[in-house]
Design a protein. Structure first.
Lengths: 514, 305
């Protein structure tokens, strides 16, 4: 029995369930949770280890930011950097970042925070022998040295201006003595951080219960939390999560499917909120001599493709509220995502046909179209291409299979998406596809040089200028068709106050019951 | 009997071996495991490193022999995802699955025996047809669908039972019904057929002629004999339930072996997939072997054939 059949049957049932809720006039038991000041949240994936350096799943990132603190904090509303465990920082030279550390911060086990914690944590995770999961998060660190009890220096392997963003994102600080004693395995079983919530129970694979940290330091960028308890349960089936929401067994879920979110809007005890995410969507074209499709080597053909796709309609109709068009291969809020000089191709099928004719393909051509997620969007693009004569055949498979094809030079067109690991800096997006690395299928030497400069120059203005120019070339040459960002839907109890952010990180410390 | 037992044991060992090969090969046929482990955005050198680190660059036969050697010593290796010994993971989860399977088989028996008896006693009446209808529905309804129907009625509509989790006995009610109902039909048909055969036997006619009350005849004299084949079937179905719990555990978020298998498949955590597959199939083979031996012991005709 196919899983798609299962899924559609489940969807149908979920819709019916909505009817049952309305008919029964259920008030839900959210009021009880409100009185207990608890938020019950479910996620479909179990993190392999909740130690933030030893998982690469979204729920891991979510738990990391509740239980641990970073050195630097990025305000999600203004994108401004503020001091969290560090109070000030400066580049001493292009490879040395010096940080002053906050005094009076305590870990959940009572240990006092100091330079030793930063030195031990960062040196430990940067050592490849310790096999932290996402090496790119830490492999820019050469070593970390203690200057005094509350001052450290991070020495990078190469000039790495995006360091600040990494210190504000995936890199948290562990209590040195405890971490040295228990290691990542012990950290998973009994997590200890310094964040606004402390872990009171971890039933591995089942649930994690967090409680407000009463000793959380004041004057930091994260406010004192008001919700007393957060219960995070792992429920693998999304339909079950929705059933729990409908029956009042949960207060908050994310990643609700768009059609189900639409149906759930009628439930009076719930609120449905959609928010744009950092995951961008683009159609990547293979343009080198290795390209399996000869026509794609002609810039006029690539521009025709860009003109053929009505991305605004796709964003509105297929993605949903909160989706924005992008004009460069990066998320607009990322530092360096400057599309001011990018070429924008409006939807113009006539122009597309004309460009194809000029390039010598008045009757179009045949091409393979590789994709791995949001199949409806792939199919929409294929239809738009057909309308101008490009006969694309869908090759839909697993992400790994598609990437194999791309790297082997067998994919002419790839419907790509990229989440940048929530890093708010262009160095985490554009270079992945255009800096001559494995997934670069256009390999423009000028673009490679510009991106290299943007990634390594420390002066912010020079960085922006380099990236801006790279985006201008990429779009002028139409190496890719930039489309839009994806959207995530949240379902929550009506009385829960929360904000949806593009980094898909629910901030429980700022949530409250109305 | 000795020769028969030996033959069955040998066959069971062969089946277990074949399953171990299949478990090993199937996982690898689903795509490059190294790429799956390396994750999104991995560079070619990351993938190569993973391949080397896990010994995936060696010939498949070598990998298999090494795995089999370790497995026979009781070492299933480390989970790629959770980075803990597979034996430990399975030990944590097996209890939930065993409880669920036993509850489900008990539920199936409690439901099917009376229904089977009624269907036989009132053969070809509306009661018989109703029982047949129930049996057909049980077999035809996919269990995930039935599970969601239960959730809709008893959790969302009536608010009587919790939707998911394994915190109390209440949490086991719906999974038990959903899983148990699925194996009810074979029991019901077996009881019905056995009862019909027994009810026409001479000794039952004698019992009736003696003037014993009908209930005594049916329950004491007939049912006892009709239940003999059910014992063997119970063993086989129990093995089936252990495997069938993958979907049910996932729907109800019960943290058992089935749920572990589901996660492992999603993460391409092949040491875990192999271990769970092997364990479930060995359990199935052993239970079937037990059933065969019991049957042979009860009925000499089988061991001669």
């Amino acid at each position: 029995m196919g899983w798609s059949l299962k899924r559609s049957a489940m969807r149908g049932l979920a819709a019916l369930a909505m009817g049952v809720v309305l008919a029964a006039g259920l008030a839900g038991s959210a009021d009880a949770q409100k009185a207990r000041n608890t938020v019950r949240f479910a996620y479909d994936q179990v993190p392999e280890n909740v130690d933030p350096f030893f998982n690469n799943v979204r729920i891991g990132v979510i738990i990391a930011h509740q239980v641990w603190d970073n050195l630097i904090y990025r305000d999600p509303k203004t994108n401004e950097y503020k001091g969290q465990l560090a109070t000030a920082w400066r580049w001493v030279d292009e490879k040395t970042l010096e940080l002053d550390l906050r005094r009076g911060v305590k870990f959940h086990n009572g240990a006092e925070f100091s330079a030793d914690d930063v030195v031990y944590t960062l040196n430990y995770v940067a050592n490849p022998a310790n096999r932290s999961t996402t090496q790119s998060n830490v492999n820019w660190i050469e070593r970390v040295v203690k200057v005094d009890s509350h001052k450290v220096r991070i020495i990078t392997k190469r000039p790495f201006p995006a360091a600040i963003e990494y210190l504000a994102g995936p890199i948290v600080i562990h209590p040195a003595a405890y971490y040295e004693q228990v290691g990542p395995k012990g950290m998973n079983e009994k997590p200890i951080g310094s964040g606004p919530y402390r872990v009171v129970e971890h039933q591995i694979g089942r649930s994690i219960t967090l409680e407000r940290n009463p000793d959380y330091f004041r004057d930091g960028p994260k406010p004192q939390p008001t919700i007393q308890r957060i219960v995070i349960r792992f429920i693998p089936d999304r339909q079950t999560q929705i059933a729990e929401m409908l029956s009042g067994g949960l207060d908050f879920v994310m990643n609700v499917a768009p059609d189900q979110a639409q149906q759930m809007r009628v439930v009076p005890t719930l609120q449905i909120v959609s928010g744009g995410t950092m995951r961008i969507v683009f159609l990547n074209l293979a343009t080198t001599e290795r390209s399996p499709s000869e026509p794609l080597r002609d810039v006029r053909v690539r521009r025709a493709i860009a003109h053929a796709i009505d991305r605004q309609t796709m964003a509105t109709q297929l993605v949903g509220q909160g989706s924005q068009l992008i004009n460069a291969i990066c998320f607009p809020a990322q530092f360096g995502c400057d599309a001011s000089q990018a070429t924008v191709y409006n939807y113009d099928p006539a122009k597309a046909r004309q460009l194809l004719a000029e390039a010598g393909f008045p009757n179009g051509f045949e091409v393979e179209f590789h994709a791995y997620r949001e199949r409806n969007q792939s199919e929409a693009m294929i239809n738009y291409l057909r309308a101008v004569g490009i006969r694309a055949t869908l090759r839909f498979g697993q992400y790994a299979a598609m990437r194999d094809q791309i790297r082997a030079g067998r994919a002419a067109m790839a419907h790509q998406t990229w989440g940048s690991f929530s890093i708010n800096d262009v160095s985490a997006s554009t270079p992945v596809y255009y800096k001559g690395l494995d997934d670069d299928i256009s390999r423009d030497p000028k673009v490679i040089e510009l991106l290299e400069r943007g990634d390594t120059v420390t002066d912010p203005q020079q960085r922006i200028a380099a990236y801006r120019q790279a985006h201008a070339i990429i779009t002028d040459q139409a190496y890719s068709v930039p489309l839009y960002n994806l959207v995530t839907f949240y379902a929550a109890s009506k009385d829960l106050e929360f904000n949806a952010y593009p980094d898909e990180l629910p901030r429980f410390w700022e949530m409250r019951w109305k | 009997m000795f020769i028969y037992t030996l033959k069955r044991l040998l066959l069971a060992a062969l089946v277990a071996f074949a399953v171990s090969v299949l478990a090993f090969v199937l996982v690898r046929l689903t795509g490059d495991v190294a790429i799956a482990i390396a994750g999104e955005g991995a560079r070619a050198e990351d993938i190569a490193a993973v391949r080397q680190q896990y010994g995936l660059d060696r010939p498949l036969v070598v990998q298999y022999v090494e795995w089999l050697g370790r497995t026979l010593k009781g070492d299933f290796g480390q989970s790629l995802y959770f980075k803990t010994p597979v034996t430990e993971l399975i030990g944590d989860k097996i209890q939930t699955t065993a409880v669920l399977a036993l509850l489900s088989i008990a539920f199936a028996l409690i439901l099917s025996i009376p229904l089977g008896v009624m269907a036989a006693v009132w053969q070809n009446s509306w009661i018989d047809r109703l029982c047949l209808g129930l049996a057909v529905a049980g077999q035809a309804l996919p269990n995930f669908f039935f599970a969601l129907c239960l959730i809709m009625v008893f959790s969302i509509g009536l608010g009587w039972l919790p939707v998911s989790g394994a915190d109390s006995w209440w949490h086991f009610i719906m999974p038990t019904v959903a899983l148990g109902y699925y194996v009810t039909p074979p029991f019901m048909r077996l009881v019905r057929a056995g009862m019909i055969e027994v009810l026409n036997a001479d000794y039952i006619r004698t019992a009736r002629a003696k003037g014993l009350p009908p209930a005594t005849v049916v329950l004491r004299h007939a049912l006892r004999n009709a239940l003999v084949p059910v014992v063997a079937l119970t063993a086989v179905q129990l093995g089936f339930l252990l495997g069938g719990s993958i979907v049910i555990e996932t729907v109800f978020a019960l943290d058992g072996l089935g749920y572990l298998a589901y996660q492992a498949i999603a993460q391409k955590d092949f040491p875990v997939i192999q271990a769970v597959l092997l364990m479930l199939s060995v359990a199935y083979v052993l239970l079937t072997l037990g059933a065969d031996l019991v049957n042979a012991w009860l009925d000499p005709r089988i061991r001669v054939g």
